[in-house]
Design a binder for this molecule. Structure first.
Ligand code: G3P
Length: 226
């Protein structure tokens, strides 16, 4: 299981990159819109300078011609740029056409196994099932990951990786790994939460308190013997 960061915030990417766990970054138009005033191309290039792995940049056209045009341009920004297109028939066409030019695609907004299968057959590099948004509708996002993984497993010609997206909490990451996802793209706060545990904090506090008490004891012993 690889971990990507789901953000366009350079501060978050810089910090998570220092932890040494990041294999890539995904952005989308909503995440870019949160970075007020930031230039899209510059942001993607700065991300690519921070993380040596696939960086998803999403198209905003609704037709295949537009997606292909945007994809060709984004691909010139950095060799690690992956073109994100939606799970639509135009998206499939864009994947096929960009693939013929050696440009890799992330098929996003995937909510069904049929969408994932067709994205894979079109030659998608990764497909992004949205777990959290399905859970929000009282559907089982993780079951979608399991079903896609089973279908891909049975079809050995499929090379497409499963990228679990719309991750809401650390258990989503673990469950996605168990369900067969190859990658999970996580909001920064989910990554931070994934390393927090009250028993770790409590254990650190008691170890430090014991160490300081030992130092005081040793200082007192030194003073009384001298
Ligand atoms: O980047 C795509 C996906 O991860 C978005 O997640 O939280 O907006 O459903 P969310």
């Amino acid at each position: 299981m690889k971990i990507y960061l789901d953000t366009a915030n350079l501060g978050e990417i810089r910090e998570a990159a220092r932890w040494g766990i990041l294999s890539g970054v995904t952005t989308n138009p909503s995440l870019m819109a949160r970075e007020t005033g930031a230039d899209f191309k510059e942001t993607i290039q700065e991300i690519a300078a921070l993380v040596d792995g696939p960086i998803s940049a999403e198209t905003v056209s609704e037709d295949a011609d537009g997606m292909v045009q945007e994809g060709i341009e984004y691909a010139t920004w950095h060799h690690n740029v992956i073109i994100k297109v939606p799970s639509t028939t135009d998206g499939l066409e864009a994947v096929s056409r960009l693939g013929r030019r050696g440009i890799r695609c992330n098929v996003t907004l995937c909510f069904s196994t049929s969408q994932a299968l067709m994205a894979a057959l079109a030659g998608a590099f990764v497909v992004s099932p949205f777990i959290g948004r399905l859970d929000d509708l009282s559907q089982d996002g993780m079951e979608l990951i399991r079903e896609i993984a089973a279908v891909f497993e049975q079809n050995s010609e499929i090379r497409t990786r499963i990228l679990a997206a719309s991750i809401r909490h650390p258990r989503h990451v673990v469950e996605a790994a168990l369900a067969g996802a190859h990658i999970a793209t996580c909001p920064f706060k989910v990554l931070k939460k994934g390393m927090r545990h009250p028993l770790t904090d409590k254990g650190m506090a008691s170890f430090l308190a014991d160490w300081r008490a030992r130092e005081v004891d040793m200082a007192l012993a030194g003073a009384s013997s001298g």
